[in-house]
Design a protein around this ligand. Structure first.
Ligand code: SAH
Length: 365
């Protein structure tokens, strides 16, 4: 048996020995173009359909599913071979549909405010396990009459700590599912050698960097890998990426009350963004609650004030909508466990003031 979305064309060729030549193309197109299960590929003879169904094995076993935002955010909890669990989030917007994929079970980067980091590292995902998350979320979107337009590598794990499988999955999603490179976003905590290698690869995928602090003292404490790759070398690598791809960079910034949400933080951040030929875009994420981090997120009005200050300083900033906080599907809440209990206060927070849609997630532009 081989993994359904990890199999190469050569492996599929092997499986289809003795079949007419066009069969490989037909099955490949069925799997990726039409998002069909082999059992539903009616153009394929029935006996072969059931053989493919048995031999091309699925890698993700559904454990449970949670939905919120009136059904427009769906979180899938999967079990992998070996028993570890990961999560995938499908977000439906009026103008696009985004899948957020995990690249590792757990994460070794140990950012204190992130639920995945609090849980530690279990194992790397294979290319097939990453691609299958996209296909299965896309199948669900298709059943609702929607097409997945964007994939963000912002689920559990650090993509650039699992480089080769992540790269192979990007190629498969781009070439075979047909999502353009700019609609594929790799988010990294700042693994500099990985950024440089990604810059040297052929696809111009979008790069997002989880910055959260614009000086080394603060970033050392929030994002431990900063001690290895401090801001100066990180910014140099970002500059190389921009030059290689011509794609505007994004910086993610989870706003933590009185930690990185002061006017001085906005000034420091703006000056980092503006050092690039094309100024970096800032994605502000109101800090989502996680079980292991007592510090508060900034109040929503403050988040928008911070965004306004950045805009005044000439930097493009958007506030990311907190999709799925009530089902622990939001940024930093993925821990493959039960939803974090929310207080009624924080639930209410999600429905107040300004029109979120205008300040959307900024995943794409
Ligand atoms: N490891 C990669 C991919 C994860 S992306 C990276 O760090 O970029 C998940 C995003 O959510 C990152 O920007 C991360 O810093 C952010 N995040 C983590 N915990 C969060 C929290 N509690 N609230 C809001 N954002 C958080």
């Amino acid at each position: 048996m081989i993994p359904r979305y990890g199999a190469t064309r050569a492996e599929l060729d092997q499986l289809l020995v003795g079949e007419p030549r066009y069969r490989v193309d037909q099955v490949w197109k069925g799997l990726y173009g039409e998002l069909s299960d082999p059992a539903d590929m009616t153009a394929v003879p029935k006996a072969l359909r059931s053989r493919l169904d048995a031999e091309l094995e699925l890698s993700l076993r559904p454990v449970s599913e949670f939905s919120s935002d009136k059904g427009s955010t769906i979180k899938f909890l999967w079990e992998l071979d070996g028993g570890s669990r990961i999560e995938t989030v499908l977000m439906l917007y009026p103008d696009r549909a985004t899948v957020c994929v995990s690249t590792q079970a757990g994460c070794a980067m140990a950012c204190g405010f992130c639920a995945t980091g609090q849980a530690g590292f279990t194992r790397h995902l294979t290319p097939g396990e990453i691609v299958e998350q996209v296909v299965r979320a896309a199948q669900r979107a298709k059943a609702m009459g929607r097409r997945v337009s964007n994939v963000v590598y912002m689920g559990m794990g650090e993509p650039l700590a699992n480089e080769e499988p992540v790269w192979q999955s990007l190629v498969r999603i781009h070439d075979d599912i047909g999502i353009s490179a700019r609609q594929l976003t790799v988010s990294t905590v700042g693994v500099v050698p990985g950024i440089k290698r990604l810059a040297a690869r052929p696809l111009p995928v979008s790069l997002a960097v989880s910055l959260h602090a614009a000086n080394d003292d603060l970033r050392d404490s929030l994002v431990p890998i900063n001690r290895r790759y401090p801001i100066k070398v990180l910014m140099e690598a970002c500059g190389e990426y921009l030059e290689a791809k011509g794609r505007r960079l994004s910086f993610e910034w989870a706003l933590i009350a009185d930690v990185n949400d002061r006017p001085s933080d906005a000034i420091e951040l703006a000056s980092l963004c503006r050092r690039f030929r094309v100024p970096a875009h800032v994605n502000l994420i109101p800090l989502n609650p996680t079980p292991g981090y007592a510090v508060r997120g900034s109040a929503k009005s403050h988040v928008y004030a911070f965004a306004d200050q950045l805009i005044e300083l000439g930097v493009n900033a958007t506030v990311r909508r907190n999709r799925g906080t009530d089902i622990a599907a939001a940024c930093g809440q993925l821990a493959a466990g039960q939803p974090v209990k929310m207080s009624s206060k924080s639930r209410d927070d999600r429905h107040d003031d300004r029109d979120d849609e205008a300040f959307d997630d900024g995943y794409d532009d």
